[in-house]
Write a protein that binds this ligand. Structure first.
Ligand code: AMP
Length: 311
């Protein structure tokens, strides 16, 4: 069975329903991608590499992973830390704002669980995915450890996948983010940046410039998400532009990029060529944005993906 592990953080999501009620769910970029990959390609092993706490909410979080058929072999339990939390508030104009409590979350301790035994097991995977958010939650020592682990995995033939997913507020400075991203691009075989991700940090405002930058960094498979209208790929030096049909009725773009990543990587692991993998990923992302929240209802999502989904 082909396998991929997504390294990073899943959080507790709280959303106001009315003045006295909040709805609670779980979300986070790597978790969202793991969910959509598994929903599209149930025969693949989609795992999460994270740390949760030993508390009731963490237990529910892991149950949620299992309900989505995500592999939890590497969902480690930290004895004293708890999961990160974020709260979404929507004002009268529909504008959303986010408040985070994640500075001391269990997931930030993930590297302490990556011993030789875990690394040996990860070396058998086909892909390991990290995002810019996964990097931002690690302190310098942990980040250095991660570079070593990724080098080892890459040396063992694991395809290292990186999505910069730049979130300025998670970094102390642009320079800090840039030096981490430089290292991650150099280690990645595959990268899935959005054009916006690199505009601020590197001044790259067009997909072809992003492709050139990622090629020079050494990535072989580059998939640039260029907003609602196109995706540009470069695989082993072959560049291709893939038009995307814009969705008329956009409800909430949260996790569009995550759904894209999960479906794209699942499609590639399933042997789809790049064109078909992009079509599948664009369909997944275009479906997710028609529903509120990070995780679209399974039945509606699976129905929309029926032409692409493997048995
Ligand atoms: P973004 O989060 O803007 O990077 O978008 C990620 C992916 O979601 C894009 O590459 C598109 O495939 C898809 N997407 C985003 N917005 C739209 C839209 N308005 N219509 C259709 N697809 C979209």
């Amino acid at each position: 069975m082909k396998s991929i592990y997504f390294l990073g953080e899943c959080m507790v999501e709280l959303k106001s329903i009315d003045d006295t009620t909040m709805r609670q769910s779980f979300a986070g970029d790597v978790y969202n991608s793991a969910v959509y990959l598994k929903r599209c390609f149930p025969s693949l092993n989609s795992g999460i590499l994270t740390a949760v706490g030993d508390d009731a909410l963490s237990k529910r979080m892991v149950e949620q992973f299992e309900q989505e058929q995500i592999n939890v072999d590497f969902a480690f339990v930290h004895s004293t830390k708890a999961p990160g939390v974020y709260y979404i508030q929507t004002d009268e104009n529909g504008e959303r704002s986010f408040t985070y409590w994640r500075n001391d979350s269990a997931a930030r301790q993930i590297m302490t669980f990556l011993d030789d035994d875990v690394i040996d097991k990860l070396a058998e995977a086909d892909m390991v995915f990290v995002s810019g958010i996964s990097l931002a939650i690690l302190d310098n020592t942990e980040l250095n450890k991660l570079w070593g682990v990724l080098e080892t995995l890459r040396g063992n033939g694991v395809n290292i996948v990186f999505d910069p997913n730049y979130r300025a507020r998670l970094w102390h400075s642009q320079q800090e983010a840039k030096s981490a991203f430089d290292r991650a691009f150099a280690l990645a075989n595959t990268t899935l940046p959005g054009v916006e991700d690199l505009a601020v940090l590197y001044g790259l405002k067009r997909a072809d410039k992003v492709i050139q930058f990622c090629r020079e960094a050494g990535c072989q498979e580059i998939v640039v998400k260029d907003g609602p209208s196109s995706v540009v790929t470069s695989v082993n030096g072959q560049m291709e532009v893939h038009p995307v049909k814009p969705v008329d009725h956009v409800v909430d773009t949260t996790s569009a990029g995550d759904a894209f990543n999960g479906a794209y990587l699942g499609a590639r692991l399933s042997g789809f060529d790049v064109k078909k993998a992009v079509a599948c990923a664009a369909k997944a992302a275009g479906t997710v944005i028609q529903y509120p929240g990070a995780i679209a209802p399974a039945e509606a999502f699976n129905h929309a993906m029926v032409d692409f989904v493997s048995a």
